[in-house]
Design a protein around this ligand. Structure first.
Ligand code: ADP
Ligand code: MN
Length: 183
């Protein structure tokens, strides 16, 4: 994927940001706040998958539906080509690499994450899977395998102060962003 010819990002006049991380690390909270403050269009992929039923058969073992990756990409492709989106999702290796100008990977201390997921009434198996996923840096590795290192920002999201500083960091980055064509 990384070496394939891609449509250059200069066709976009506004950047696209990907906010990712293990479930519970704060993607939706962080992306909502950024959208509110900057006017970027928040695409909550989990919500979209549910509302548009972009999933296939139920996976009983994990108590979840299987994502239809192609259907999700088709669903957001037009707005992604225009730019100005903040995409929020935990699974990211199937998005076209060219879509994103910044990839924010949220990290959370595993005991804090455990408490957050418990409040969501996750079953024990799903809870443990997700905490292990965070410990093993699964999403960070997926980001590193899918996007260029220099657009990936790994940030801690244990508390509100950190969330605010992460949001400020993105706002600063946005102010400095220029379309590739005007470089
Ligand atoms: P995700 O979208 O990654 O699953 P959410 O944004 O839904 O995560 O956050 C999960 C829970 O953790 C919510 O109750 C949210 O209020 C809380 N939370 C998220 N980020 C932080 C943070 N940085 N500090 C404190 N609480 C947070
Ligand atoms: Mn979410």
């Amino acid at each position: 994927m990384a070496t394939m010819a891609t449509v250059p990002s200069k066709t976009r006049t506004k950047p696209n940001i990907l906010v990712t991380g293990t479930p519970g690390t704060g993607k939706t909270s962080t992306a909502s706040l950024i959208a509110e403050l900057t006017g970027l269009n928040h695409i909550n992929c989990s919500a979209l998958v549910k509302s548009k039923q972009l999933s296939t058969e139920k996976n009983d073992e994990y108590d979840c539906l299987m994502l239809d990756e192609d259907a999700l990409c088709d669903e957001i492709e037009d707005t992604m080509d225009v730019g100005g989106n903040i995409v929020d999702f935990h699974s990211i290796d199937f998005f076209p690499e060219r879509w994103f100008d910044l990839v924010l990977v949220l990290r959370t201390d595993n005991t804090i994450l455990y408490d957050r997921l418990q409040k969501r009434a996750y079953n024990q198996k799903k809870l443990q899977e997700n905490v292990e996923c965070e410990i093993m840096q699964v999403v960070l590795e997926e980001a590193r395998n899918s996007y260029k290192e220099d657009i990936i920002h790994e940030v801690q999201s244990d508390n509100i102060d950190q969330m605010e500083s992460n949001v400020e960091r993105v706002q600063e980055w946005l102010k400095a962003w220029v379309p590739a064509s005007s470089n």
